[in-house]
Design a protein around this ligand. Structure first.
Ligand SMILES: C[S@@+](CC[C@H](N)C(=O)[O-])C[C@H]1O[C@@H](n2cnc3c(N)ncnc32)[C@H](O)[C@@H]1O
Length: 275
């Protein structure tokens, strides 16, 4: 039987938003955007919410839809969520220790090599490495092995019991595919947060090409239900979304320190249609 879940405030920055905390750290997490999206969602919260690039689930867990389709091309994050849906309690030892971290990484990569990437053990190791590894990164070498180094945090709070998510996820479907394989129902509410466009580089971060940015924008421009598409507000992204008839809202993202030490807030765009 599903466990009752008490929703709690997700952060001081989003005082009007009820939600459940994202279980992972995720690069490009958009928890800060929930307050900008929730007003649109509240008028449409009988719809299915679709996140084609769900990553750390920050937005969906902030909006708490009844029904959702959540997709990511990263098989490990989707495996982790599918085990939370079944009711995951982690039993393996977890500690903030360098040699234990590297032993866990080796064990995880051995499971991948043995075709056991979809097991509860792989999901548990994935969580442990997400908390303990450098910046919560999820990165693989050319032969597919997880290669994020130890994170050197002063203190880590590990969670073992994820039963809270079992009932939250009960009517949410998780898929692991390229976004262009997703079939939308005509009235779906889509929140799409693809990897950032990085202008002036041949290869975008996360291997997401300009062609894929264009395909995402064109695909969602054809959707008849509400769409919110989020991205870094580069010149070419604003032109692409504007030319396709999206209504653009510019936002200042929370400050991130870049590798040059520059603390200028990045500008992001919400491209909105049918809302
Ligand atoms: C910016 S992150 C999403 C973050 C998420 N909104 C959050 O708040 O945590 C982009 C996600 O897109 C996923 N992704 C990259 N290429 C993809 C593709 N072709 N199809 C589906 N997902 C993809 C990445 O694995 C990553 O998790």
């Amino acid at each position: 039987m599903a466990t009752a879940v008490r929703a709690r405030k997700i952060s001081v920055e989003t005082p009007d938003v009820e939600g459940v905390r994202p279980p992972l750290k995720w690069a490009g997490g958009k928890r800060w955007q929930v307050e900008h999206v929730v007003g649109y969602w509240k008028q449409n919260n009988n719809r299915r919410l679709v996140e084609p690039f769900c990553g750390g689930l920050a937005v969906t867990l902030g909006l708490m839809p009844q029904r959702a389709l959540l997709n990511d091309i990263n098989a490990h994050v989707i495996n982790f969520y599918s085990w939370l849906k079944r009711g995951l309690v982690i039993t393996l030892p977890m500690s903030n220790n360098e040699s234990k971290f590297y032993a866990a990484r080796k064990r995880f990569n051995a499971l991948l090599g043995a075709g056991q990437a979809d097991t509860a053990q792989a999901a548990s190791l994935f969580y442990y490495m997400n908390r303990t590894g450098y910046n919560g990164l999820c990165r693989f070498n050319a032969s597919g092995g997880f290669n994020v180094p130890f994170g050197r945090y002063a203190k880590i709070n590990y969670r073992r019991d994820f039963l809270e998510y079992k009932s939250v996820f009960a009517d949410w479907d998780f898929t692991n595919t390229h976004f262009d394989q997703i079939s939308l129902a005509a009235d779906d509410f889509v929140y799409a947060d693809p990897p950032y466009d990085v202008e002036f580089t041949a290869y975008s971060k996360g291997g997401f090409s300009w062609d894929e940015q264009e395909r995402t924008a064109k695909w969602l421009a054809k959707h008849t239900g509400p769409v919110i598409l989020s991205n870094q507000a580069t010149k070419r992204i604003k032109e692409l979304y504007g030319d396709l008839g999206y209504k653009l809202t510019l936002l200042n993202a929370p400050r991130r320190i870049s590798c040059t030490g520059d603390r200028t807030p990045a500008q992001e765009v919400l491209a909105i249609r049918n809302l």
